[in-house]
Unconditional design. Sequence first.
Length: 304
Amino acid sequence: MKISIIIPTYNAQNYLVALFESFKNQSIKNYELVIIDSSSKDKTVEIAKKYTENIIVIPQSEFDHGGTRTKAAQIAKGEIIVFLTQDALPADVFAIENILKVFEDEDIAAAYGRQLSYKDTNLFGKHLREFNYPDILHVRSKEDINKYGLKTAFLSDSFAAYRKNALKSIGWFKSDLILGEDTYAGAKMILADYKLAYVTDAQVYHSHSYTIWQEFKRYFDIGVFHKCESWILDSFGKAEGEGMKYIKSELNYLFSHGAWYLLPQWFMRNGMKFLGYKLGQKYEKLPKWLIKRLSMHHRWWDNI
């Protein structure tokens, strides 16, 4: 199979050398590397030119989580398209090879790898990675919706691979999404009777130590996404049930690490995430100037 690796970038100079050098050491050698850059103001493009000729530069104002990835995927030559974000780093030399193995099953349309937290990530960020990316491989299909709900369609483009024909068959990633192009694609694929795989031995380092305010903003945007794409919750079930599982798991995680002193922050974080999500779902009732302050992706609203 022909393989293309696509990385959207913006001011990524602090990440790219380590990332590109890790590609050189991967067990998979024959692949096309495509960079789609949103007019970085640093040396991103200059660095990328040392590793690939396939560089697409778009105006920053045109960046779109779904549309930008679609633009690169349509140009790419690979039968399998591997997406990474600029701040993800393969954990070993087999990361790319291992995520590709599952495509021997013709029914699998997409797969995502395991994300490990960087050492300096706070406990809340570490728990998020361990909750969403456990050490249990699975393949899910439409038959799993009743059991796993929204988790059935879970994907993460921080490290995911798609069968190009399957992506094309669902109309690619949707443009003009505030975020969640991976969830959108995963949901479309599941409903089209494809399967999605989670590959535990395909691993990258990727994590964040969000502040409480950043968590609020991210969940506000998730609420906006679920409001705009309400068919996803209609098809897979509401997100609140999974949220309660997460809150309980996070509390147990803090106590298991002796971090009882973080209990007040745990209350504050989860209260703000809940408030952000609910406000995001009601964004149509809020003034635009306020929305832009509450949103993590505030530039998105310039075109709304």
